[in-house]
Design a protein. Sequence first.
Length: 579
Amino acid sequence: MLTVEERVVLSEVSFDETAFLLDKFKNLVRQSGSQEEKIAAYYIAEKLSVYKIPYEILWPELYLSTPQKAELKIIGLNYDIPAKTPSYSMSTDERWVDGELIYAASSPQPYAWGELEYKLIFEGNPKGKIVICDGIPSPDKVNDIMTHGGVAAIFVQAGELIHEGICTTVWGTPELDDLDDLVKIPVVSINHDNGLKLIQKVQEEKVRGAVRTSLKEGWKTCPLVLAKIPGYQESEKFVLLHGHLDSWHAGIGDNALGNATLLEVSRVLNLHRNELKRSIWVAWWPGHSTGRFAGSTWFVDQYGLEIEKNCIAQVNCEAPGCIHADTYEDMMWTEDVDDFCRELVTDVTGIIPDWRRPVRAGDYSFHNIGVSSFFMLSSKIGKRKMEELGYYPVYGCGGNIEWHTEDDDLHLVDERIFLRDTQLYLAGALKMANAEIIPIDCRKMLTSMENYLQEYWEVTEGGFDLTSVFNEIKMLREALDTFHLEALKARGDETKLKRINETILKLTRKLIRMNYTSKPEFKHDPAVMVPPIPDLAPMLKMPKLSVIEQKFLRTQLIRGRNRVCYTLKECRELLLGAL
């Protein structure tokens, strides 16, 4: 529960400085690598200086893909269709790519976050053809088209306006080994009405089209503003609060309001810096939109060892304070902070949140290090209100369909909702930084693991034995029960509490990596849907495989099971050593 002192701190949140920031940002197209992005960064830095908050501007060199132009012609019918191309589409420059059009339907996948993480079912052989499908240009679908030999992709979006986006599976600036995974076909989006007519024509007769795209790709030096508000007791430990600075168009909902929240939280926390046990770092990222989270990824690469050792939790701030956002549906956090986040949202806002497992998005660049995470998108429009407004699902701006379009401007701002959301972020950072015992409970993650593994086992109809995994989970839970009882007894003993908190962090690092990643520490999983416990998630494929293929899968699963059991055993030994 919020204390009286915490409520006093929250009451100091104001809209005054936010009004100035929005007035400054409303005409800034903060595309990464641009002069206007630098102007925005300098504005934030100037405010931090006025507040007397220690900060620095870092200048990472990021590899970005910036769309310039897209064209779509329907051959033989003598008409063009207005189109946009996403970041990381292949640039054809002056060359046209033509071919017969073929339709592909969207296919829901287990644990997918809406159509953004769906796959495709092709109506015919796509090899050598231009594939037309529904939705925004998601990495999973583009990858499907390339894998099956398609020469270009046309995405039919859900509204009148075309949403900007990015279609690469590579997370952040590519490594040398990632270059083969870059998009090798041109990709365009068209609006709903034009798309429906084109799909209908494709399903009635043969249609040929031609696509031409132009993008600027290359290295850009971009500003990354980093503020550090030091704690008085364990200043080396920190909570990382962050959001992206760059935008599509003016990007008021996504993410000028988030920038304002970060600044306002920094201002208020700095007034109470003598009351902060641990430090709070606040970061404004570049490269989110045209670099697939390149700014936060660069930061993880540069500060990875310090993050692994000292970061208590990361908190992502995107699109707070948007009109109509009357719920906290689909709020995301890792299971180890479930109790903390549910109580926090309810206490601060009076609204009971609905949880969703964090997806592979939103500058969540920290899973491979194993950092506890909470929030991504902020408040959003509830399902009933969405129906009243006639809106379709989008992935930002509180659910408003102006997301990633030219219409994302000041009309999306709601001062009352902004104050509520900003208080929520402030409370989360404050309580996490000041907690005597870090409010991370990995027993919730073990329960989550059991539920997912039970689902996997049922899909295979018991075709792969998970007994050893369930046994290890049971023994680790028992050790955690004992550990948390001992932790409560240690209250007031700083030496014991420090050891307990260090153990919590070490334990969490291992369990988050096991539950959310397939690549090792300090690497970055691709920007595609990652199912729970990736080492064992391939069990879901078993019913669709031939007998021979199942033998190969069993070999893979045995190796995955060994890794999971080994990690769980490591965690138990870690706890026993700490008691």
